[in-house]
Design a protein around this ligand. Structure first.
Ligand SMILES: [Mn+2]
Length: 302
């Protein structure tokens, strides 16, 4: 395995006592991979920006009246080196790293990078967990079979996850898709269920989401462009009419409460803007909050 050297900032800036691999129940894996971005650029700087912004996130969380990270600990791996020569080799490197950690039983958190990495993540998870379902938060359906000449495009993320054959995908917040993608959604209702942004605003997704994850292993993939572009402008392909902070967290709360076991989640497509660090902070706080909710769900399940 090759790892890129980054001056090592661990997620949340935790002391050794709470961030050693042995002690931690959560593993953060930075994957600064960016090759097929089609519009705005910069997702390769996403993981670094999230780690840096996380130093400013308060450990104390009012929802738990506690410092959740100190209960379970977070280990931050060095970043996987992006391989620009061949997407297949890069996806294999990501899958290998994910499989290595997925076998440990720790909650795995992957920081992207472009959404294409999620195909590699799903492939790695499938080496350890034969079956799991995927919940995708995104502005885009990402169901194209290929885009701009490659099947390993960020625009094909959900399709590559389905290729793994581990289970169906439920998408939330979608508001941009092609004719090919809407046809796929209509034809493949056993593989993909889509709740558009207006469905989420109206609360029509909650019951279906609950039964989709109930008792099953779950992989959660969060493209930050699921948020409204006003809240999250720092992303390659922003879209209006996106989700709010609370809509996203309520989705994660349903998953945490109802899923059998959340095995991994990723936060992808942050493309930091030098003059605006609010989106970096949002992504860092989101990552901590999702971790906290999912770990609380695991503790309840025991
Ligand atoms: Mn997207």
């Amino acid at each position: 395995m090759t790892y890129e050297y980054l001056p090592h900032e661990n997620f949340l800036g935790l002391d050794e006592e709470y961030s050693s691999y042995e002690r931690a129940q959560v593993v953060v894996l930075p994957v600064p991979y960016e090759v097929t971005v089609s519009y705005g650029q910069g997702t390769r700087r996403g993981p670094r920006a999230i780690l840096t912004a996380s130093q400013q996130v308060e450990l104390y969380d009012r929802e738990f009246d506690d410092e959740p990270a100190l209960r379970w600990g977070v280990y931050t791996s060095r970043a996987i080196a992006p391989d620009y020569r061949a997407p297949e080799a890069a996806m294999e490197a990501i899958a290998a790293a994910v499989a290595e950690h997925a076998g440990s039983g720790k909650l795995l958190c992957i920081l992207g990078g472009e959404h294409a990495i999620s195909g590699g993540v799903a492939a790695g998870l499938a080496r350890v967990h034969k079956e799991f379902v995927t919940v995708q938060l995104d502005a885009h359906a990402d169901l194209r079979d290929a885009y701009e000449g490659t099947p390993h495009s960020h625009a094909c993320a959900a399709r590559r996850i389905l290729d793994v054959g581990a289970g169906p995908v439920l998408q939330l917040g979608i508001r941009s898709l092609s004719t090919e993608e809407i046809a796929f959604i209509r034809d493949q209702s056993d593989l993909v269920t889509t709740f558009f942004a207006e469905d989420v605003h109206a609360g029509r997704h909650l019951e279906a989401l609950r039964s989709f994850v109930a008792g099953r292993p779950v992989y959660l993939t969060i493209d930050v462009d699921c948020f409204d572009a006003a809240l999250m402008p720092a992303t390659g392909t922003p879209e209006p009419d996106g989700l709010t902070w609370n809509e996203v967290l309520d989705i994660v709360r349903v998953i945490a409460r109802s899923a059998g076991h959340v095995i991994a989640f990723d936060v992808v497509e942050l493309a930091p803007q030098p003059a605006n660090h609010a989106p970096d902070y949002l992504a860092a706080k989101l990552t901590y909050k999702v971790m906290s909710l999912l770990m609380a769900g695991r503790e309840k399940g025991r």
